[in-house]
Design a protein around this ligand. Structure first.
Ligand SMILES: [Zn+2]
Length: 248
């Protein structure tokens, strides 16, 4: 690290759990962020400000006026632009040394698996079950840690599926692909603005902890947040031996 980097990241370096070694790991790391919306915004902002060296952002949508209430990486003048381009401009203004790859695509299948395989951590900020399952499948195949998040109305969820570890549960162990999960899209549901900030910030924290190896992550646990009562609880997750995605 040069003198400017030592200053920029000094408040991380002062933390014994991170230090120079941890910050160097962050600078060398690669993160794949799915979605540049409500969750992807705080995720990308904190990964970039914290000096996570290489961030790949995937989102095929354009910035819309209704996004700006909670998708804090975008600006009013970005309406009509691709979300990933809008986000890249904001991130470059915060930390020009972070390399941001903007993919204006809805990635799936082999393409998603290849992107996951190149990454040290995958953060899912998508808003629908089809994408969440596609991201989970890619992470199971590529054996990469997945930081999953969801936010709708006043309810938030975060979980880490550390698929590098044999025996770790995957997203489909919790929500089977064949399940009758009701797809509550935030395109049509209300979402409390700071809820996405809280959930996305927790996802960013877990991603940074996974890269630096600090503390204890939410691996194998599901954090449930009720922002209306402001209550948080975590429940233990178990691998489903009959899981269609990660089971034998
Ligand atoms: Zn599974």
């Amino acid at each position: 690290m040069n003198d400017e980097q030592l200053l920029r990241y000094s408040r991380h370096i002062l933390l014994p759990e991170i230090g120079i070694e941890g910050q160097e790991k962050l600078l060398a790391a690669r993160a794949l962020v799915i979605g540049a919306g409500g969750l992807g915004s705080p995720v990308a902002l904190y990964l970039a400000s914290a000096g996570l060296g290489n961030i790949t952002l995937c989102d095929n949508e354009d910035v819309d006026l209704t996004n700006l209430q909670r998708q804090i990486v975008h600006r009013t003048e970005s309406i009509g632009r691709k979300k990933v381009e809008s986000a890249r401009a904001t991130l470059a203004a915060i930390n020009p040394e972070v390399r941001v790859t903007a993919l204006p695509e809805r990635v799936d299948g082999k393409r998603l698996e290849a992107l996951a395989a190149q990454s040290d951590v995958v953060i899912d900020g998508s808003d629908n079950f089809a994408t969440r399952h596609a991201v989970n499948r890619a992470c199971v195949r590529a054996k990469k840690p997945l930081v999953s998040g969801a936010a709708v109305r006043f309810d938030g969820q975060v979980a880490v599926f550390d698929l590098r570890v044999p025996g770790a549960p995957c997203y489909a162990c919790l929500f089977p692909e064949s399940g009758e999960s009701e797809d509550v899209r935030c395109a049509v549901m209300g979402v409390f603005a700071p809820l996405t900030g809280i959930v996305g910030s927790i996802q960013a924290a877990e991603a940074l902890k996974l890269i630096t190896g600090s503390g204890e992550t939410l691996a194998g646990r599901l954090l449930l947040l009720d922002a209306l009562a402001m209550q948080v609880r975590t429940i233990k997750l178990r691998k489903d031996p009959a899981c269609a995605v990660c089971g034998a």
